[in-house]
Design a protein around this ligand. Structure first.
Ligand SMILES: [Zn+2]
Length: 128
């Protein structure tokens, strides 16, 4: 089965979405814990899971912060808004325009695989 490759989103946005959904999942788990408050061990377990989920999202947010400092700020050529790039290929945060920093990849169809180490190695070998 091949994944649909029509919509690309910026990696930073993607991670942010994951972190945000973890907060909600955490609250939902704790809410379920309140429903089961008559069963103490279940409530406590669900609360701990909820707290872990929220802590995890906090950790992811911190990680995004670190990634953002490493990301390369550029002006998107399509929508002319400032965006940040992670890795060799990424998508614009605003208009989802695929972007690349590598001249060799210019004009080639956007593919997440260009960020993978395996591909990098391959590219290095063929250029030699
Ligand atoms: Zn853009």
């Amino acid at each position: 089965m091949s994944e649909p490759k029509l919509r690309y989103s910026s990696k930073i946005n993607k991670i942010r979405t994951i972190a945000l959904s973890l907060v909600f999942i955490g609250f939902i788990i704790m809410y379920v814990g309140i429903i089961f408050k008559s069963t103490e061990w279940l409530m406590v377990t669900l609360f701990i899971l909820g707290v872990i989920s929220i802590l995890l999202s906090t950790a992811i947010y911190l990680w995004i912060g670190l990634l953002s400092t490493k990301a390369i700020p550029i002006i998107c050529p399509t929508c002319e808004k400032p965006t940040k790039m992670l890795g060799r290929v990424d998508a614009c945060m605003h208009c989802k325009q695929p972007l690349t920093l590598d001249e060799n990849l210019e004009g080639i169809e956007f593919d997440e695989k260009y960020n993978k180490r395996k591909y990098k190695k391959q590219a290095e070998n063929t250029s030699k």
